[in-house]
Write a protein that binds this ligand. Structure first.
Ligand code: GAL
Length: 427
């Protein structure tokens, strides 16, 4: 008895020590949190369509359009200025005064625009970078971190995309990148204004492992998305197409959750190959719909990158599907994982736990041929439901009651996604 106890104690010490060796060292800094973004942020960003060709008029028209075409009411509330709003190109050290907006593009100033956004039920976002220059060559915040944060807070800013990828490259050490984000996070907290913080570093330096600790609400998991669903020519290049971005997110699901999200980059729905910034020739209606569905499944922030004034009726329907948006905005904040895949047919099934006990399920056909897709509730979804009810979230139709010997199977076109909700029937 005594020997057993001794052996058990020894085993415990051994296992604990072995385990400790594999554990990352505890962070030496306290965790920061602004308590915001409990669900993935939704809105509009200027970059994908317009680059730095932005103006007061464009933003006012964007706000007015989104207030009347259903986008705001579907949840797209952030109106985010990306790079190019700043007055000066070049190094910050040549412009030591407070940061200013370009007076030609924004004659009434940024506060006017954020007031306008707020008056119409929106929130307002802005962009800058930590170095001397931003990615598009405008002045960055180096040496002016607290001052700039205070300026943005005084303008009524609610979201900051702080983009380090052009000042700290892909090989910059984690400690260096972490410090610059932490400093801005602290500066934003010091303003006392609730400002959602996007720490944008192109998916380098394993940012998902530490950015939440430093107060970030979202971080990109990869470089820019092109306007392509699947263009293998880009693989291993700068751009991650829709399928590659999804693959990039596999294994990173655990880093996302309420308040801190893996960001799969801005939406390409509606760009139709007309982006002034992104590579890519555009996607079909079906591919844009699949992309939107999957961004909701993986709980990515949802920022529309197209010109909302010219969206087709189809794209608008895609972006305002409340049943699909409900997957993104579910308070449990889970990220869908791949639960089943067929490498020959190139089909995958993603599933995500919802707060009401149901499962959001996406049948994704990555291949070029129509395929029948199904999923085994016991083996793949690990549920012991005797029967379950299936709803198709794009058809807005109940598809019937199914069980383990008769699981829901459906034909899925090339590059299509069936967005489904499986709800258990307990009686
Ligand atoms: C890139 C970023 C883009 C956009 C651009 C602005 O680094 O990935 O999303 O923000 O900078 O210059």
């Amino acid at each position: 008895m005594r020997l057993q106890t001794v052996l058990l104690a020894a085993a415990f010490v051994f296992l604990t020590e072995a385990d400790d060796q594999h554990r990352p060292p505890p962070p030496t800094t306290p965790a920061l949190s602004n308590g915001l973004a409990k669900t993935p942020p939704m809105g509009f960003s200027t970059w994908n369509q317009f680059g730095d060709q932005i103006s007061e008029q464009l933003i006012i028209e964007t706000i007015d359009t989104m207030a009347s075409n259903g986008l705001r009411d579907a949840g797209f509330v952030f109106i985010n200025l990306d790079d190019g709003w700043q007055r000066y190109p070049g190094n910050r050290s040549y412009h030591p005064g407070p940061i200013e907006a370009d007076p030609v593009k924004f004659p009434k100033g940024i506060k006017y625009l954020s007031d306008y956004a707020h008056s119409k039920g929106f929130k307002f976002g802005i962009y800058n970078g930590p170095g001397q220059q931003t990615c598009a060559g405008y002045i960055g915040s180096e040496g002016h971190v607290e001052e700039d944060a205070a300026t943005w807070a005084s303008w009524g800013v609610d979201h900051l995309k702080y983009d380090s990828c052009c000042s700290e490259g892909p090989t910059a050490p984690q400690a260096e990148v972490e410090t610059i984000f932490r400093n801005m996070s602290l500066a934003l907290l010091a303003t006392k204004r609730p400002i959602v913080f996007h720490a944008c570093h192109c998916g380098w330096a394993d940012i998902w492992k530490w950015a939440a600790h430093d107060g970030a609400n979202q971080w990109r998991i990869g470089q820019d998305i092109p306007d392509d669903f699947n263009y293998p020519g880009y693989r291993d290049g700068y751009y991650f197409d829709v399928l590659e971005m999804l693959d990039r997110g596999r294994g990173l699901e655990k880093y996302s959750g309420p308040g801190h999200w893996n960001d799969y980059d801005m939406l390409i729905v509606g760009l139709n190959g007309n982006s002034t910034q992104l590579e890519g020739t555009g996607c079909s209606n079906v591919e844009y719909r699949s992309h939107f569905t999957m961004w909701c499944m993986v709980a990515s922030p949802l920022l529309i990158g197209a010109d909302v004034r010219t969206l087709s009726a189809y794209d608008l329907q895609t972006l305002t599907n409340k049943e699909v948006i409900a997957i993104s905005q579910d308070p449990l904040g889970k990220v869908a994982t791949v639960v089943h895949e067929d490498l020959t047919l190139q089909t995958q099934v993603y599933a995500k736990d919802m707060s009401d006990g149901s499962k959001a399920v996406a049948y994704l056909n990555r291949g070029t041929l129509t395929a029948n897709i199904t999923v085994d509730p016991f083996k793949d979804l690990h549920v012991w439901w005797k029967q379950y009810h299936v709803r198709d979230l794009w058809k807005h139709q109940d598809m019937g009651i199914f069980n383990f010997s008769n699981p829901y199977m459906v034909e899925v076109f090339a590059h299509e996604v069936k967005a489904l909700r499986f709800t258990p029937i307990w009686s």
